[in-house]
Design a protein around this ligand. Sequence first.
Ligand SMILES: [Zn+2]
Length: 209
Amino acid sequence: MNVILLGPPACGKGTQCQLILKQLAMECLGTGQLLRDEVSSGSELGKEIDSFINHGAYVPDALIMRMVFKWLNGVGEKPWLLDGFPRTLVQAEALNAEGFRPDVVIGIEVSQDVLEERILSRLICSSCSATHSRKVVGDGPCPDCGGVLVVRDDDGIESFRKRYANFNELTKPLYAYYEAQGSLVRVDGTLPPEQVFERVASSLKLPGA
Ligand SMILES: [Zn+2]
């Protein structure tokens, strides 16, 4: 079985990916790691990719696809799990065109508001560095030392908003694309991680689901 896992930034996709890999022997592709591996291997492809990264530019789809096809061909007959890939319709169509068709596409859905609330509810103590959830401790003080609590990812929220807008524009259309192909399973990512995984496991027909 070949699986694609999609979801907005900070939706808990990484956690779900690890839970799947605990139960299923699959080759897992995360393109961030793959890009780093390809570059450090010193291959011709790696050098081309590196020149884009060095100039702070996006690596073009064509190069990404060459790298992913190389990986998929290396995997051979083993089942694969693509973590957060493809990111664009162009990439999805290229995968299909080469015959790399997913059996199941899990599309995690969480609204921007809920994700922002999650990010902003993570507090850190300015004295002892303990982390707390606003839902548990309110605005403080720190239950451990009485120190002042501040938002942990305050400067991360702007970068999150950019990444979410990017996801909405480029990746979200893939949900409809895979739905039309009959492979999409929508999963409500606002649930706690273990309940999200129950839905994921049942869509993959894992034992105990
Ligand atoms: Zn503290």
